[in-house]
Design a protein around this ligand. Structure first.
Ligand code: CMC
Length: 382
C-alpha cells in the first residue's frame, strides 16, 4: 500500500516495530521471541512463557522460582474490590466485570509520576499484580454471581490449577491443569491484533497500565476478536448434531453471515494454535469421555473447508478452544475472560515495548463530509 492510502482495518499497515512475536500466515508459524509455540507447548509453562514475553528472555531456574513465588503471593484481591464485585449484577457478562475490576485497580495502585512507567521496579510490580489478580477477579465474580462466597486462592496450587480450583472449590487433576496451562500459553501473544493495537494506542498517551489493559479487555470482548470462542460454542450447540451442519452452513453463507471460529486477517492456512488445541481436545476426550459437539465441529470444519478453503478461510484459535474449556468444566461465558487472563502477557509486553521509544498514536483520516455549511437556527429546521 502507498503512504497516505486509506486501508480499511489498517490491513497490511505496519503500526509498530516489535520483537515480541512473529507470525508467518502462509506457513502457519507462530513464534514468541523467536521460539515456536510447538516447542513452548512441549517444554514450557504459562508463567515461564509470560516471563519470556514480558522480559524478553527465558528465565533461569532461580528467576523462574522467584517469579512463580512473587505471582503466587499476590493472588488475593483487596476486600474493597471483592465488595465491588458483590454489587455487580448476576447476569452481567464476566468480560464487563473483568474490565471494571482492572480499571478499578488503577484506583488502588496509582502511579506517582509518569516517570514511574519506565521504572523496572514499577514494571515488575505491576506485571506481578496483574498476572496474579486477574484470574482471582474472574473466579470471584463467577462465584459471587451464583450467590457463593469466593474461593480463596491456594498457595500450593500452580497458576492454572489454582484458577480451575477457584471456579468451584474442587482441585483439578494434574492432567487437566496441564492442558489448561497449555491453553493459556497458546493465547499469550499474537502480534498487533485489535486488542494489542488498542493497548498500544492507550499506552502511547502514557496512561497507566490498568487503563491500558482495561481498554484492551474491552476490545478483546467483541465477537470478531476474543468473543468468538464463546460464539463458537453457542453455534455448535445451535447446530446440535453433525447431520444438521450442511444446512446450517448453507443458510449462513447464503445470508452472507460469518462462521464463528473461521477466518483470520493474517493466517491463510489453519491457525497453528487451532491444530494444537484440537489435539488437546482429543487428549481430553480420550481420558474423560467423548463430547458429541466434537463430531459437529469436525463435520463443520469438513464442510466449511469445501466451501471456504478456496478463499483461504480456515479454523482459527477460537474454533477448538471452547471444546477444551467445556471438557474442563468451564462455563461458556468464561471462555473470553480466559483469553484475557492469558493475553495479559502479550498486552504487558507490548505496553513495555511501546514505552521504550514512545510516540503518541495520532493517525490521519480521509474526510468524506461536507464543508462550509452555515448554522441553521432551530426554528428554521424542518
Ligand atoms: N465466515 C464466512 N466468511 C468469512 C469469514 C467467516 N468466518 N471470515 C471471512 N469471511 C469472508 C467475508 O465475508 C469476506 O467476504 P467478501 O469478500 O465476499 O465480503 C471475506 O471473507 C473477507 O472478510 P473480512 O471480514 O473482510 O476479512 P478480515 O481479514 O477482516 O477477517 C476476521 C478477519 C477474523 C474478522 C473474520 O475472518 C471473521 O469475522 N471471522 C469470524 C469471527 C472469528 O472467528 N474471530 C476470531 C478471529 S481469530 C482470534 C481472535 O482474534 O480472537
Amino acid at each position: 500500500n502507498k503512504l497516505g492510502e486509506y486501508m480499511p482495518g489498517l490491513e497490511g499497515v505496519p503500526a509498530t516495530r516489535s520483537n515480541i512475536s512473529y507470525i508467518d500466515g502462509k506457513q502457519g508459524i507462530l513464534e514468541y521471541r523467536g521460539i515456536s509455540i510447538d516447542e513452548l507447548c512441549k517444554h514450557s509453562s504459562f508463567l515461564e512463557t509470560a516471563f519470556l514475553l514480558i522480559f524478553g528472555n527465558l528465565p533461569t531456574e532461580d528467576e523462574l522460582k522467584e517469579f512463580d513465588h512473587d505471582v503466587l503471593h499476590r493472588r488475593r484481591i483487596k476486600y474493597r474490590i471483592r465488595d465491588m464485585i458483590k454489587s455487580f449484577p448476576d447476569n452481567g457478562h464476566p468480560m464487563d466485570a473483568l474490565q471494571t475490576c482492572v480499571s478499578a485497580m488503577g484506583l488502588f495502585y496509582p502511579i506517582a509520576t509518569p516517570k514511574d512507567l519506565k521504572s523496572p521496579d514499577y514494571i515488575r510490580d505491576v506485571t506481578l499484580r496483574l498476572l496474579a489478580k486477574i484470574p482471582t477477579m474472574v473466579a470471584t465474580f463467577h462465584m459471587m454471581r451464583q450467590g457463593n462466597d469466593p474461593v480463596l486462592p491456594r498457595d500450593d496450587l500452580s497458576y492454572a490449577a489454582n484458577f480451575l480450583y477457584m471456579l468451584n472449590g474442587e482441585e483439578p487433576d494434574l492432567f487437566m491443569a496441564k492442558i489448561f496451562d497449555i491453553c493459556l500459553l497458546l493465547h499469550g501473544e499474537h502480534t498487533v491484533n485489535a486488542s494489542t493495537f488498542c493497548a498500544l494506542v492507550t499506552a502511547s498517551t502514557l496512561s497507566d497500565p490498568f487503563s491500558v489493559l482495561a481498554a484492551a479487555i474491552g476490545t478483546l470482548s467483541g465477537p470478531l476478536h476474543g468473543g468468538a470462542n464463546e460464539q463458537v460454542m453457542v453455534m455448535l450447540e445451535e447446530i446440535g448434531s453433525a447431520e444438521n451442519v450442511e444446512a446450517y452452513l448453507e443458510g449462513k453463507l447464503t445470508r452472507k453471515e460469518k462462521i464463528m471460529g473461521f477466518g483470520h486477517r493474517v493466517y491463510k492456512v489453519k491457525d497453528p494454535r487451532a491444530i494444537i488445541l484440537q489435539g488437546l481436545a482429543r487428549e481430553l476426550f480420550d481420558k474423560y469421555g467423548h463430547d458429541p459437539y466434537y463430531e459437529v465441529a469436525l463435520r463443520l470444519e469438513e464442510v466449511a473447508l469445501e466451501k471456504l478453503a478456496h478463499r483461504n478461510i480456515y479454523p482459527n484459535v477460537d474454533f477448538y478452544s471452547g471444546l477444551v474449556y467445556k471438557k474442563l468444566g468451564i462455563p461458556v461465558d468464561l471462555f473470553t475472560p480466559i483469553f484475557a487472563i492469558a493475553r495479559v502477557t502479550g498486552w504487558l509486553a507490548h505496553w513495555k515495548e511501546q514505552l521504550v521509544d514512545n510516540r503518541l498514536f495520532r493517525p490521519t483520516q480521509v474526510y468524506t463530509g461536507k464543508r462550509d455549511i452555515r448554522y441553521m437556527p432551530i426554528a428554521d429546521r424542518t
